[in-house]
Design a protein around this ligand. Structure first.
Ligand SMILES: [Zn+2]
Ligand SMILES: [Zn+2]
Length: 357
């Protein structure tokens, strides 16, 4: 028996920039009768986890106290609170890792992802899910159908991000959609846009290897921007991919300034632009084109009402494949090596296995 298995609640903790440790913490208690205790089985690594590991902060969120990393997880219920009715011990669930207050104006208006008092996993000061156990309210757990694996369950987090973005874009049947960034979220945006009925999906990236993967995975239409003005790239994309006067929808899942520019310029008059990627907090912006084309511009942040539910249904009904995105799994004890792989751009999605009870 290894030490990790005999641990109470071994956790992968970020102490400072590039400083991580394994710490055996107490098993978290159920604080509310609606809470459940979950034995975490798989956790994906996200750009934000790597960013905290590398820089110790994202925008205003600064890691001041040691914090457990990870927020893309699935696991098995090991304990349920006295008021829990929807789950039982042994159920396999995808874990939605942000708990809203349910009382503030955004929560009460139905947009709980914009909660003023959000407690989100691995966003300081809240601990993440890279631990043996994690506690969530029952309604933030989504039971996986028999046909879905726990590995696929861990991918419900980035898929929910993509579902939210595509919903923000109001993608409808027959539309053309351009997605900037062929990382996990960009690829999933392409897949969800197709599931929503988009008939033409173009994916843009500066790395040919990522586009080769995208071709296999989701769409034959790819585009490598040249080192020219955004208007020129937009014009070439319209011609090469038959976008006519412009695309109906542009989604940025890269956070790169040139993508934002090309996204605005590739849209038709009256098109919709959604910002999903997070890059530099301030950029130059082609505001005149946005104004004169009367574009609809929307942000997208995490996921809200119904997004996780739809993510599970898209996979269980075969409309979106997340298995193909899983390019490696490492043991819990090797968590740090997985961060290094992601940093170096190895593979698409690396999962960290949990610690069995
Ligand atoms: Zn994430
Ligand atoms: Zn709230």
């Amino acid at each position: 028996m290894t030490s990790s298995q005999t641990s109470q609640n071994l956790s992968f903790v970020l102490e400072g920039i590039h400083k991580v440790k394994f710490e055996d913490r107490p098993v978290p208690e159920l604080k509310n009768p609606h809470d459940v205790l979950i034995n975490v089985k798989y956790t994906g690594i996200c750009g934000s986890d790597v960013h905290y590991w590398e820089h110790g902060s994202i925008g205003n969120f600064v890691v001041k106290e040691p914090m457990v990393l990870g927020h893309e997880s699935a696991g098995v219920i090991t304990q349920v609170g006295s008021a829990v009715t929807s789950l039982k011990v042994g159920d396999r669930v995808a874990m939605e890792p942000g708990i809203c207050c349910r009382r503030c104006p955004p929560c009460k208006s139905g947009k709980y992802n914009l909660c003023e008092n959000m407690e989100f996993a691995a966003t300081p000061p809240f601990d993440g899910t890279l631990a043996k156990y994690y506690v969530l309210p029952e309604d933030f757990c989504y039971k996986l159908p028999e046909s879905m694996s726990l590995q696929e369950g861990a991918l419900m987090e980035p898929l929910s991000v993509a579902v939210h973005i595509v919903r923000q874009a109001r993608v409808s049947p027959g539309q053309s959609v351009v997605v900037f960034g062929a990382g996990p979220v960009g690829l999933l945006c392409c897949a969800v846009a197709k599931a929503f009925g988009a008939t033409k999906v173009v994916v843009v990236d500066i790395q040919q290897s990522r586009l080769d993967f995208a071709k296999e995975y989701v769409t034959p239409l790819t585009f490598v921007p040249g080192k020219v003005a955004a208007t020129e790239n937009a014009e070439r994309m319209r011609q090469e991919h038959g976008l006519g006067v412009g695309a109906d929808v542009a989604i940025d899942a890269s956070g790169a300034e040139p993508s934002v520019h090309t996204g605005i310029h590739v849209l038709r008059n009256g098109g919709t632009y959604v910002q999903g990627g997070m890059g530099r907090s301030e950029i130059q912006f082609p505001i005149m084109a946005a104004c004169s084309k009367e574009l609809t511009l929307r942000g997208s942040f995490r996921y809200g009402s119904g997004d996780y539910k739809l993510a599970v249904e898209l996979v269980s009904t075969g409309r979106v494949n997340v298995k193909k995105l899983i390019t490696g799994t490492v043991k819990f004890e090797e968590a740090e090596s997985a961060f290094k792989d992601v940093k170096q751009g190895k593979g698409i999605k690396t999962l960290i296995a949990g610690i069995d009870v």
